[in-house]
Each structure stands twice: as C-alpha cells, then as structure tokens.
Design a protein around this ligand. Sequence first.
Ligand SMILES: *Cc1c(COP(=O)(O)O)cnc(C)c1O
Length: 229
Amino acid sequence: MLCMSDSLLNRYHLLQADIARTAAVAGRKPGDIALVAVSKTQPLEVVQAAIELGIRCFGENRVQEAQAKFQDLREKMPDLSLHLIGPLQSNKAKAAVALFDVIETLDRVELARSLAKAMQTSGRRPRLFVQVNTGAEPQKAGVLPDDLPALLAECRVLGLTVGGLMCIPPLADDPALHFAKLAALAKAHQLKELSMGMSGDFQAAIAAGATYIRVGSMLFGPRVTRAAT
Ligand SMILES: *Cc1c(COP(=O)(O)O)cnc(C)c1O
C-alpha cells in the first residue's frame, strides 16, 4: 500500500511539474489547466490513494464502473468532481446525470434530448461538453465538425448549456493538428472549455489551449487489461 501510493505520489509530482513547465513555455497559468485523473479500470484503493494526495477530479468512461467506485465516495466527499469521458447511451442518460458533474461526450441530438429530460426530472445539471470527431473516423464517437453547429443549436432549443468541446485525436495523426482544430471550433462558437490531451500528448494540448487534460496511465501506471481469449 505504502509502495503504491509512493509511486503514485512520484508520478503525480512529475506530472504537476510537467504541466507547470509546459504552461510556462506556452505563456499560460498552470492553474488554468485542470487535471482530470482518468481512473477507469483502476480499483477503488487507487482512487482512495489519489484522493489522499489531494486529487479531486476524476474521469471514468463507463457509467456502471463509475457508480460502483464513486457513489458512496461522493456522499462523503462533496468536493469530488466526476467527468464522464466515454460514450454514453441514451438509456443511461438518467444514471449519468445523477452521478457525473461533467459529461464530456455529448455527440448527438438524441442524447441531448435524453439528457435534457433527465436534468428536468432530477433537477441536477451537470456541465456538458460536446465531443467532436475531429478526424472524422467512422468507428469513433463524437459529432463531425460539420454537424457541430446544428447540434449546438438543438442544445439551445432544449435549454442545455454547452460549456466546451472535447476530442480524442486519431492515433496515426499529429495530435497538435486536431487540438488546433478543436480550439478553432470552440472559439467560433464562443465555448470556453477545451478538454484535450492524454498521457501521450497533453503537452501539445496545453500549448493549443486545453483547459482540461485527461491523464490516466502517466498518473496511475499501465491499466490492467483483460487477457485476450
Ligand atoms: C483512457 C482515456 C484517457 C486517458 O488515457 P491515458 O493515455 O491513459 O492518459 C483520456 N481520455 C479518454 C477519453 C480515455 O478514454
């Protein structure tokens, strides 16, 4: 246990120093870049060790896994902030609205309708970011850049406030191109928040204006993946 939190502490310090250095080079304040600690697949003990180090903002990609880990925790810790960073099915909108503080993966009108309804009935209003499929990859979630204006317009009709944009660049591309594209889209639509950058590319994201970076493996170490069958 001591060993685990020791190396977590080391990685956290390295990450904070890297964020500060990258922000300085980009002429930005480190405080304007929020860290979303991506705890998907990590056990509750790891989340608890991170909380002990002062980390309060976590990202999860599946509603059920997040419920299992965070439902009790967040009653004890009102200052936790939980981001949904994975695709959301409309039939889980109600559960997502009940649990998350930020839903980063709004990407279609049908989901916007389900979220609006869930917010109306629950009275909870998580912040919403729209995920943009900047690389127009067929298998990837996110609205296509060309369809973003229509989705944002529909959100306004539904009374939903969109606070920012999120993207996951294609693996094969230079991420900086996609971060610049997302930043330009956010600017064009006067959206303040930019969620972009992961363990491998957060420096480029900070340089391009990220206000949230989503870091998993650099902080928690490699994720345990299910063995191939
Ligand atoms: C897993 C994941 C991350 C974190 O990835 P790392 O490379 O481990 O930092 C960030 N964003 C999303 C959407 C993810 O699914």
